[in-house]
Design a protein around this ligand. Sequence first.
Ligand code: PEP
Ligand code: MN
Length: 334
Amino acid sequence: MVVVIKKNTDEEQLNNLKEWLKSFGVDIHESHGEYETVLGLIGDTSHIDTDLLSSLSIIESVTRISEPFKAANRKFHPDDTVIEVAGLKIGGGNFQYIAGPCSVESEEQITYIAKEVKKAGAAFLRGGAFKPRTSPYAFQGMRAEGLRLLEEAKEQTGMPIVTEIMDISHLELFENVDVIQVGARNMQNFELLKELGHTNKPILLKRGLAATIQELLMSAEYIMAGGNDKVILCERGIRTFETYTRNTMDISAIALLKEKTHLPVIADPSHAAGFSRLVKPLALAATAAGADGIMIEVHNDPAHALCDGPQALTPEQFSDVVSDCNSIRDILNK
Ligand code: PEP
Ligand code: MN
């Protein structure tokens, strides 16, 4: 249920109202916008008499939310959520590039790529240490050592790091990670999501291979229900009948998510395309559709990458994508 409070309501009246609402056993999410205060009620609201509530002098409107996602719902929080990581903002008009290799392969590789993508305009460094691979015989990532090398690259460049967690038992290894990624394959690993809801780290939640937009939002809700509001959603392509691309980039999901939720929404054209030559057009389309950021896989030597080489851009190609995406951003901001 969403309760909009009239402008200029004094604090005491608002507090009395909140106490009364809490007596029904609901949780209250409070959002103070420029023009209004919104109370989002989560829990069983069936005992609250909406007619009585609407009749109170300080109430502007009362609406029951039919969607199953509440905390992530834009109706609960009309303004965009801005997530700040190491002084960098994402969401609410703040756009960021996240770039780096699919997997951390060596100290030289990760620090070289970090420096190159930083020069090209990336704010965040990505790199997988724990890799979800389809084959158990494929490179599984450098694991704890990979995290250490990411930290090293962060120290050398000052770039905050984004890397994927696959198992909650690894959480303590992620202490110095700035943004924890939940990959497509784990989008509905509900126990993992619940535990991440108890951390205060920003979570980059990727859309599952066959997940609907509502299922993605429900996964965000799992994290938020635990008290962690710092969720960044990521469209990375979904599986369709098309075989020319690795996945099908759902551009409409970007525009639609921005409508349904206040959370920042970024796009990963690399995993959608599967081929480096398609990464740029998809990045431009995602930017034009209103994404709050772009995550791109970049490798110094794509032909010899241990994972996802065919979709990796060279630092030069990445720089070209950044420059054209910035031009799109300029048009949008006019
Ligand atoms: C990745 O970001 O390297 C990755 C494995 O992505 P996804 O979960 O989207 O496949
Ligand atoms: Mn990858």
